[in-house]
Write a protein that binds this ligand. Sequence first.
Ligand code: ADP
Length: 665
Amino acid sequence: MFSKILIANRGEIACRVIKTARRLGIRTVAVYSEADAGALHVEMADEAVCIGPAPSAQSYLQADRIIEACLKTGAQAVHPGYGFLSEKASFCEKLKAAGISFIGPDVHAIGAMGDKIESKKLAKAAGVSTVPGYLGVIRDDEEAVRIARDIGYPVMIKASAGGGGKGMRVAWDDAQVRDGFRSASNEARSSFADDRVFIEKYITEPRHIEIQVLADGHGNALYLGERECSIQRRHQKVIEEAPSPFLDEHTRRAMGEQAVALAKAVQYRSAGTVEFIVDKDRNFYFLEMNTRLQVEHPVTEMITGLDLVELMIRGAAGEALPIRQADVKLNGWALEARIYAEEPTRGFLPSIGRVTRYRPPAEGRRPDGTIVRVDTGVVEGGEISMFYDPMIAKLITWGPERASATRAMGAALDAFEIRGVGHNIAFLAALMEKERFRDGRLTTNFIAEEFPDGFHGLTPTESVRQRLLAVALVAQRRAAERDGMVSGQMAFRQPSSEALVARLDRVNHPAVVHWDGNGWAVELDGRHLDVRSDWELGRTLWTGSVGGVPLAVQIERRGTGWVLIHAGATLVVQVLTPRAAELADLMPVKQPPDLSKFLLSPMPGLLVSVSVAPGDTVEAGQELAVVEAMKMENILRADSGGTVKAVRAEKGASLAVDQIIIEFA
Ligand code: ADP
């Protein structure tokens, strides 16, 4: 067994690997960029080596510096995590040459699976079912159209070197193929320095279901069940779960056996994932194999009781797998939610900045038997920088069945506090509230279909709204009491029972709030609600119960009102005296300015091109400009017809969000 390993990664996954290494009594070395000097993984490791400036190309992707760090610290093996160098065959070769072990598969397996076109050919040869398509490189858009027609619409254009959902376009007709061919190859060139694309059938109403495989260097290979990752946004996973609510025992075994066949065909060693797309009739097709630990591996760990990082480390040290296929038992249900620094209400734009407050829910078993796990890579006061993946943490819950795991996820999300950067917790909570999610009726179009106009916060049900208003009413009473104790204020006694109005979205909800000797009680909309909590003013997380229902609410005083966040809903509530509420009705409403005459940049990014000039008339749907952000090209199109009055930004400009690009007459 190794006595010291180096983790060639950052963020939550570096921390995750360090935890297991520590438990196994292995010393750990972190590497970090100048931007990460104060990062959690650096703090957690026994030693840390700075490997360069902030951009990953100059630090986390610098194989030579990482190998130097190994030699300097005496690390015998490297765990690459995911991303960065985890699937770079050349990195493995260099490690080997330096006499350092790679905690992952052999270099030839990485090479064989690293390219989508090549890996599909290999899978086909190994008897794995693949998506119908054309496994050649496409030269130009006319050839693309010809092939697309051959396959039959809809089709998907994909970058052979692709990953992370980049360089991927769905096309339903010839025009979309031309567009998609161009933007997919451009994106592939800028992201992977490789513009080869291919075309395959687009499976409609698809589910993404993947098989975790595990193999050792002694000829043993097995599968650890599946993960369903159909909840995606722009082909990027958002929620993952294990097992899948869709698979039957027969399909599970068939997929598992094909995945193992593929692993054996490339003499796979270590943990790996074979991804499939599954249609509504449970036909499944191979997508790709990821030759590394996946982001979503914790859900498999939760239902199998195995530690995949431990098994990877032991395997790399030459140990044989301690289990056989028959020993793999799936127990209960696990969900994972990816918490990203982004602005869901602004089209999911990435958000960066300092995390001024970071309080994840407590880990461990809850009284109801569910389990909460948080895989984190940030600390309070830390920075989410533009240089790296915007993931803040992964929240994982386990329950004996899917419903309890889902409930546990909702409750854990409600209690997860992050301030300073935008984040998607309310959006994730809203997903948990969807009936279709609870029914397990998932496809990769779930988010697009359930949120066709984007995410604007969930409207709470009437009973949830009442509970939240009761929380605000009591919070206001507590605030008023404290204000009354400030010295120099006119002394006054709060009446034991007080009429107040909770005002939400310009609607007044008359209420009576009183102290009943044991706690607060609220009369609201004809209902009596007992409010029980040990909340103190100034705390941003309110926990307790309202009307007997346990509740976690994030609460903040903003101006004269209260902002309450719960289960995907954000409420801004004003608590007023009845007289003030009457007067509030007379106040004018501020009208937002009319921006329909402008094309605004929807995100911070680079203006790649502007395809119109002053005086041009444009039609609805016509391309106006292309903005590149996070290495993705976004084509901005006209919402309606009009005439261009002025172009207000130049090609090559770096745009702020909402910056004007084009003005219309
Ligand atoms: P990446 O390596 O960029 O993550 P994948 O090939 O794994 O790309 O695909 C990512 C996602 O794109 C899948 O989970 C699925 O949602 C969607 N997808 C990929 N291929 C197809 C297809 N042929 N039909 C329908 N959806 C697909």
